[in-house]
Design a protein around this ligand. Structure first.
Ligand code: KG4
Ligand code: ZN
Length: 338
């Protein structure tokens, strides 16, 4: 099927044209980073307004770049949730109007299902596998038995990994979003002997906690008796990132082992992190498993990622009605096995 995909759950408006859930013809992303950076985080109302301003022209650009006429489209797929409800509503409302005007089916998909299935745009990963969903709102481990078939194995009990990266960056006086900046600074030096705790690592479950790690950074800053110069910021960034990466990789590998899974897919914005990619790659060799990372453009929020599940559902006759509504929270395991 030739699908138009739309994403507006947070601070990126995205539109893509994808054929058969695997061939990306265009993948346009309008980032709102500059708009929110001055506030140090996403301002929901501003996000919604910006989505509204750009979505129409972005869809036109996506169709132009794909050399597609609207009449060629066979379906519309849109992020239904979870995310900022006002932001989601822009994409959902646009998608409904577009599908209605063209008389083609519509499907609302789960944002994290999009992230997890993005890898299928690059290489076919056989089911079952362990998915490590690490983004600004999620740090969740799922057993994936197919599209629509997700069992939750563990999750953060407080902050998501991306949220922790962003908050620590803020404490260090770095910009927004903090994850990519910490990643860059961490790679520029070493940890200088600083060690932050690895919360929940000794616990016999697959849950995470990043709030305590964040507080440790804050306490470290309060106790610091030297100036917080560039070198110290690099060291703290490196020590913090190493702690986050240690916890994620170790818990994920334990979960994979307990489920008897030898394939791991890492997805979401934090999957762009170079330290996480490196450590997973090294541990994969030692543990005899295969770890898959989508290209960074498909890890961060984008619309093409939604087309994998969208195509699967629509080509099986599963679609949403025009009463489709945006949902701010929606457990992935509730999307149901289709
Ligand atoms: O998946 P995503 O683009 O949006 C959500 O669904 O939340 O993830 C955004 C999160 C932000 O917290 C951002 O700081 C983080 O991903 N992020 C990174 C990196 N690139 C993006 N975190 C660590 N290292 C990176 N290179
Ligand atoms: Zn996302």
């Amino acid at each position: 099927m030739l699908l138009l995909a739309l994403e507006s759950s947070c601070d990126e408006t995205a539109a893509a044209v994808v054929r058969d859930g695997e061939q990306i013809l265009s993948n346009m992303i309008a980032s709102q980073v500059d708009l929110h950076a001055v506030y140090g985080g996403v301002v929901p109302e501003l996000a919604s307004r910006r989505h509204l301003e750009v979505i129409n022209s972005l869809v036109t650009e996506a169709l132009d770049q794909a050399s597609i006429n609207p009449d060629d489209l066979e379906g519309v797929v849109v992020t239904r949730g979870p995310g900022l409800v006002g932001a989601l509503l822009v994409g959902v409302s646009f998608a409904k109007a577009y599908a209605y005007a063209l008389n083609i089916p519509l499907i609302g998909v789960h944002h994290i299902e999009g992230h997890i299935q993005a890898i299928q745009l690059e290489e076919k990963v056989a089911y079952p596998y362990l998915a490590v969903a690490v983004s600004g709102g999620h740090t969740h481990l799922y057993r994936v038995d197919g599209i629509g078939c997700y069992s939750l194995l563990g999750r953060t009990v407080d902050d998501a990994a991306g949220e922790a990266f962003d908050k620590v960056a803020k404490m260090l006086g770095l910009g927004y979003p903090g994850g990519p900046i910490i990643d860059r600074l961490a790679a520029a030096g070493d940890d200088g002997g600083i060690v932050f705790p690895r919360p929940m690592l000794k616990k016999d479950n697959f849950d995470f906690s990043f709030s305590g790690m964040k507080t440790s950074v804050l306490n470290y800053l309060h106790r610091l008796d030297t100036v917080l110069d560039d070198n110290k910021i690099c060291q703290i960034s490196c020590a913090f990132q190493t702690a986050v990466v240690d916890v994620i990789t170790q818990k994920a590998l334990r979960a994979a082992e307990s489920e008897g899974l030898n394939r791991v897919v890492v997805a979401g914005g934090v999957a762009c992190n170079s330290g996480l990619r490196k450590q997973f790659a090294e541990l994969a060799i030692i543990n005899g498993i295969k770890v898959f990372f989508p290209a960074p453009i498909l890890c961060a929020d984008n619309a093409a990622m939604l087309a994998v599940a969208g195509d699967y559902y629509l080509s099986r006759g599963v679609s949403s009605g025009l009463d489709l509504n945006a949902v701010s929270s929606w457990p992935l395991e509730q999307v149901g096995c289709n």
